[in-house]
Design a binder for this molecule. Structure first.
Ligand code: MOS
Length: 780
């Protein structure tokens, strides 16, 4: 029953908005810590080899320098060392015959297959820890690898001293070219670092191809993309005996605690991680990277708290990125547009010392109904940092390829792109055969087409103009799985009628403080301004990483249940209390309103929580809930969906592309806050446009040094690049996904957006660009 005063869903301003705009919000590096010293990372300047010697004499002369940690001067860590993985031998296939999925790649479903399908997606949220560099060996695996830390009494002195450290290397030739090393591609055990199978196969791919009358077969390429969160990664480490407190810019405080406890071999109870505010993560703050542990090592070494912040330059390489992908997609359809084959073979890159496989085929397995679907993932090891979770890992680049290919298929069929998608609409999840817990994709296409004015599109490429500008319309589908992990929360009502609600978690800029305050207020039955929601501290109840768009579903469910448990306690207190006007009343006859409980059919009979607590001489009353996903995951396929529509204007002489209009329509279960949700989608779409037109991490092919490692040369959109984004939601009530009914909206906004833009560019120009970003040189 929805009460008029409920705030969940309302476009409420951020509860932390004022703190943020007034500078009152303290991010990790802002935390005041007495006697803090400053660490600065030293990074390798070669792509591969060994450190022979590090000359620190000049650096040590800099006044205020406290220590220089290098592989030759650091405490040993039993679990801290890493080894190169063997680079697979060449398979001898001539370079010219090599396309991903053709020839070199093993046939999906063949004998060498790993664990079977049923196990897929079990560990989506708990990837293995990244292998990180803790100065335990002298190997250099990539350019930019952390190889030392200078600690000084000021940041300037630490940076200056770091510039004076001389490193002598024994160099070997780095493996840097993805296409050059494809003859050494190998089949990984899992894709995504999430336990998903690298290959999938349904039906008969060859037969599906033969049956097709319209065929599309192309390779789509996406470049290395770097997260570039606004807040640089930062850690402050403070030891008190063998107890450690870290203020850390992280997407997962409990993950940091576990990793730190493990590496330093101390009990997790001795480690406290605090992250009150995090300025964006985009996946880069999910794993624990070298600098976090090195900061704690440095603090122990100098016997003082140490603060270490990565420079913008240092955020390119050692904290993950989206690896380059080469995706070979084959689509076949009969004359009526019904798909007879969907094949998606991904070639991705990983490092020589660790493994992350961008799961580009993930969406292909669940999006369109087709009897014959095959996906594979193969990887190439290079001397690069390890790629990692980045803005919808897998889905974002994978759907660029699949949804570009669907657009190409629509032209080859002479059908409208929306019609082709509707013709192949999946009523059950193709891969598993499970029903969807809810799916409103049809409605997203319909509403989006209407808002955008899709019917005005003239099918012929290069047929629409605005003055001398070429105009193009493009669309694409969005999808993202609904993830949820175990999470706990505590709700406490105080004698003054205010509540404190707590759940470890972290707000990475998405609005967690705000939406959890809303959910808690409604669950307890309090006005939202009487609820204070606290997070960002491992002393609070445990929660998962804020990754995989799962925080609202996981923490939201825990907060909802804890709030409801608290309300139940209050009601039971009243009905068992002879002095309460509700004494002896049945629980189901009671409603909550504005901080009090009343009879549903007689609102004059009841009392405020404050009265109830005071009379019972209770200073507070508390409920705690440990919530976890149940059987629903096995019964239903759970995904959010959406549709993107883009209008671009392309200068026919200059090749410049402007996105002129944009419509995104999404169905993602319950929307907890219409304002912060819209904000999330604007961010996702902005990154999608960015991926389509701008982002590209460029590496020097000789040294492996990243050449555009700053925000001047690594292009991301500014306001002038992004039009007013029209974002709307299709109402969706999903009783199955999780108690709070949300599907998660952190990542779906980017998924499909690059294809919508690329498809619009094709429609405008007649040129199909199959390697991102679509820069003007590719259109001339
Ligand atoms: Mo997100 S890339 O799952 O942190």
């Amino acid at each position: 029953m929805r009460r008029a005063e409920e705030v969940t869903g309302k476009p409420m301003d951020r509860v932390d908005g004022r703190l943020k705009v007034t500078g009152g919000a303290r991010y990790s590096a802002d935390m005041p810590v007495d006697n803090v010293a400053y660490g600065f990372l030293i990074a390798s300047t070669i792509g591969s080899g060994r450190i022979k010697q590090i000359d620190t004499a000049e650096a040590e002369k800099v006044p205020g320098v406290l220590a220089i940690l290098t592989p030759f001067h650091v405490a040993r860590m039993a679990k801290g060392s890493i080894k190169a993985q063997s680079v697979p031998p060449s398979d001898q296939t001539p370079q010219s015959q090599k396309t991903p999925g053709n020839g070199s790649a093993q046939k999906p479903g063949s004998a060498q297959g790993g664990p079977q399908e049923g196990q897929k997606a079990q560990q989506r949220q708990t990837p293995p820890p990244r292998k990180i560099h803790l100065l335990q060996e002298d190997d250099v695996f990539y350019n930019g690898q952390p190889i030392g830390v200078v600690v000084a009494d000021t940041l300037d002195r630490a940076m200056h001293a770091a510039s004076l450290v001389r490193v002598h290397y024994q160099r070997s030739a780095p493996l840097l070219s993805m296409s050059g090393e494809m003859h050494r591609a190998y089949r990984p055990k899992a894709a995504g670092g999430k336990g998903d199978m690298p290959d999938s196969l349904q039906g008969d791919l060859e037969m599906g191809w033969e049956m097709a009358t319209s065929k599309v077969e192309n390779t789509y390429i996406t470049p290395v993309e770097t997260h570039n969160a606004m807040e640089p990664h930062a850690t402050v480490a403070l030891w008190e005996g063998d107890r450690l407190t870290l203020f850390d810019a992280t997407q997962g405080i409990f993950g940091v605690r576990k990793r730190i406890a493990d590496l330093f071999e101390i009990p997790a109870d001795n480690v406290r991680i605090i992250a009150h505010f995090v300025g964006g993560g985009f996946g880069s703050k999910g794993p624990v990277w070298s600098h976090v542990v090195l900061t704690a090592m440095a603090a122990r070494h100098v016997g003082r708290p140490v603060k270490l912040t990565l420079s913008r330059h240092q955020m390119f390489g050692p904290i993950g990125f989206r690896g380059e992908t080469h995706q070979h997609v084959k689509l076949g359809a009969r004359r009526d547009g019904v798909l007879s084959l969907v094949e998606h073979n991904g070639m991705v890159q990983t490092s020589v010392f660790d493994e992350f496989i961008e799961p580009v085929g993930a969406s292909t397995r669940m999006l369109y109904a087709c009897p014959n679907i095959g996906t594979t993932h193969r990887a190439v090891r290079l001397n690069i940092g390890t790629p990692s979770f980045t803005r919808a890992p897998g889905e974002a680049p994978g759907m660029y390829a699949l949804e570009s290919a669907m657009d190409e298929l629509a032209y080859s069929l002479g059908m409208d792109p929306i019609d082709v998608r509707l013709r192949n609409y999946a009523e059950v999840e193709p891969e598993s055969g499970k029903p969807f817990s809810s799916k409103s994709l049809r409605e997203c296409y319909r509403v989006g087409a209407e808002r955008f004015g899709w019917s005005k599109r003239q099918a012929e490429p290069r047929s629409m103009r605005d003055g001398r500008m070429l105009v193009g319309y493009g669309m694409a589908t969005a999808t993202y799985p609904t993830n949820r992990s175990a999470a706990s929360a505590k709700a406490r009502l105080m004698a003054d009628g205010t509540a404190i609600v707590q759940s470890g978690s972290q707000d990475i800029g998405t609005g967690t403080y705000t939406v959890m305050s809303q959910v808690a207020a409604d669950a307890i039955g309090l006005p939202v301004d009487r609820v204070q929601f606290q997070l960002g501290d491992t002393d609070l109840p445990p929660t998962p990483n804020s990754g995989g768009s799962q925080t609202a579903a996981s923490v939201g469910s825990a907060v909802l249940l804890a709030g409801q448990a608290l309300r139940t306690k209050l009601i039971q207190l009243a009905i068992g209390d002879r002095e309460s006007p509700l004494f002896g009343v049945s629980e189901s006859d009671i409603a909550t309103r504005s901080g009090g409980i009343y009879l549903k059919n007689d609102s004059t009979r009841g009392e405020d929580y404050t009265t109830l607590l005071k009379r019972n001489r209770l200073p507070q009353i508390e409920a705690r809930v440990d919530a976890a996903p149940g059987e629903e995951k096995n019964k239903y396929a759970m995904h959010a969906f959406g549709a993107h529509f883009a209008e671009v204007k392309v200068d026919p002489d200059l090749g410049t592309v402007r996105v002129a209009r944009y419509v995104g329509v999404f169905a993602a279960g319950k929307i907890l806050n219409a304002k912060t949700a819209r904000n999330q989608f604007m961010g996702g779409i902005t990154w999608g446009i960015s991926m389509a037109l701008m982002e590209n991490t460029l590496m020097d092919p000789r040294t492996g040094r990243i050449m555009n490692a700053d925000l001047a040369e690594y292009h991301v959109p500014v306001h002038a690049d992004i039009p007013a984004l029209d974002v709307t939601f299709v109402d969706e009530v999903d009783p199955y996904v999780n108690p709070v009914g949300v599907k998660g909206i952190g990542e779906i906004g980017i998924v499909g957006a690059p294809a919508a833009v690329a498809n619009a560019v094709y429609h405008a120009t007649g040129k199909r660009v199959r390697d991102l970003p679509i820069t003007l040189d590719k259109l001339l």
